[in-house]
Design a protein around this ligand. Structure first.
Ligand SMILES: [Zn+2]
Length: 171
């Protein structure tokens, strides 16, 4: 049973929450989870910045203002995305038996240095920790209910079933 996608957290995704990452073959790959709508191709931005050299002062001021507005829009969209990701971890934790104030539970998982000024990424990390804790506990309960001595034993048995199924499917 999968309780949540491990790459839902931007910090563990190959894109690091930036929405795109460079592939092994040096091509930009769009991340389906973390790209936000206003985000353009990374090279579009450098083209615009390069073009500023040939602009007069008024044009340049206009271009800078447009870039700043775009960045603000991207930040806003990213914050909304982070809120949705936090809510997904909350839902995953509840599905695994968490009850009560999720926000309060997350407080205990915030890094000490960020207690008074946590970023949205800090909240996501904390939410993932709580969700993982409850997913682990749920998995342990399930393993026990299924008569296994440990989670590891249950996982191995589950893998064997999957392998057998795959072998059967291949004929
Ligand atoms: Zn990503």
């Amino acid at each position: 049973m999968k309780f949540f996608q491990p790459t839902l957290n931007p910090s563990t995704c190959p894109c690091h929450g930036k929405g795109r990452f460079l592939s092994d073959r040096d091509a930009w790959v769009v991340c389906p989870t973390h790209k936000v709508p206003s985000q353009g191709h990374p090279e579009e931005r450098s083209v615009l910045v390069d073009a500023m050299d040939d602009m007069d002062a008024a044009e340049r001021a206009d271009a800078v203002a447009r870039l700043a507005a775009l960045d603000a829009r991207i930040d806003e969209e990213r914050l909304a995305l982070h809120r949705r990701i936090y809510a997904q971890f909350r839902a995953a934790a509840r599905e695994c038996g968490f009850e009560g104030s999720f926000w309060e539970a997350c407080q205990y998982h915030l890094p000490c240095g960020r207690l008074f000024d946590p970023s949205s990424q800090d909240w996501i990390d904390a939410a993932e920790s709580v969700a993982r804790e409850f997913a682990d506990a749920a998995e342990a309960r399930q393993a026990e209910a299924d008569g296994f001595r440990s989670v590891l034993e249950a996982r191995l048995a589950h893998e064997t079933v999957l392998e057998e199924r795959e072998r059967a499917a291949q004929g």
